[in-house]
Design a protein around this ligand. Structure first.
Ligand SMILES: [Mn+2]
Length: 285
């Protein structure tokens, strides 16, 4: 089907089906206009898709072969450069079109900077927002812009959605105070464990939206991202939490954001692609 704001780009290296028949629908958001430090998130969706060429479609852990699933890839959103809110509106419109043609499809967004997560959350209206991130992203504004990537969790909290943040190791006092006022639970990377995760998430209402800012992982695994931070999480300790989550709670959509880079084969994109394959795999167990 045709979407007003998407265009064809390279596809993920899996057999794909038509959007109307898909259980999972991938789209990219090559937006990075508010990036503070390392540029290149606009290339994230392309780099993640290209990195899937390196991956086996069979997931050993689940006995699931992604090549046997119904996955569509509708391309990338035509962003409005320099205009987060303009781009957010286009994402919301695209998801509306998608849900009209196929209400049961689960959208998978590849970023692109984290500010764009607001759009998919707004479109899907989950009861809870669970995010893996190095950063609290609870600033009211940053560099004079309320739609900056550093404000995305704050904007989502204002929608009245329950929220929990994991792997945090960067923020300012005002964000910590805001989290306390709003009862937003967050777990420092040093305190993180799958048990901690379960203890908090078990009380959150369904359905759930999951966002992974790739910078949650240790920067040795994800050097190409907008704001890399030392002291991050390991791959399997995030996967194990997600396995528990996808077994216990209804998930309405997920994203993998802040993959940046300028070269094919970038290890950050390989981490993002592997994570996407695992998430699709565990949701299809
Ligand atoms: Mn972050």
């Amino acid at each position: 089907m045709e979407f007003f704001y998407t265009y064809e780009t390279i596809k993920t290296a899996l057999p794909l089906v038509d959007t109307e028949k898909a259980d999972f629908v991938i789209f990219g958001v090559p937006f990075d206009s508010t990036t503070s430090y390392k540029p290149g998130a606009r290339f994230g969706p392309t780099l993640i898709r290209q990195a899937t060429i390196n991956l086996e479609s069979y997931i050993l852990d689940y006995d699931v072969d992604l090549s046997e699933l119904r996955i569509a890839d509708i391309g990338d959103i035509e962003i409005v450069a320099g205009n987060p809110l303009g781009t957010i509106k286009r994402i919301i419109e695209t998801v509306r079109e998608l849900k009209e043609s196929n209400p049961k499809a689960m959208p998978i967004m590849l970023g692109g900077e984290h500010s764009m997560t607001y759009a998919l959350v707004r479109a899907l209206r989950p009861k809870s927002y669970i995010v893996f991130d190095a950063h609290l992203d609870l600033r009211d504004e940053y560099e004079g812009n309320p739609w900056n990537h550093a404000c995305v969790a704050r904007r989502i909290s204002e929608l009245g959605i329950s929220m929990a943040e994991f792997g945090i190791r960067s923020g300012i006092r005002e964000e910590v105070e805001y989290a306390k006022e709003r009862n937003i639970k967050w777990i420092h990377a040093r305190q993180y464990s799958v048990e901690e995760f379960k203890g908090i998430v078990k009380n959150l209402p369904e359905p759930v939206y999951v966002s992974v800012d790739i910078d949650v992982f240790d920067l040795s695994m994800v050097p190409s991202t907008g704001t890399p931070e030392a002291g991050g999480l390991e791959f399997w300790e995030v996967i194990e939490a997600l396995e528990w989550l996808t077994e216990k709670k209804k998930i309405v959509g997920f994203d993998i954001m802040e993959v940046a880079g300028t070269e094919l084969g970038d290890i950050t994109a390989l981490t993002g692609a592997k994570l996407m394959f695992y998430l699709i795999g565990m949701l299809s167990r």
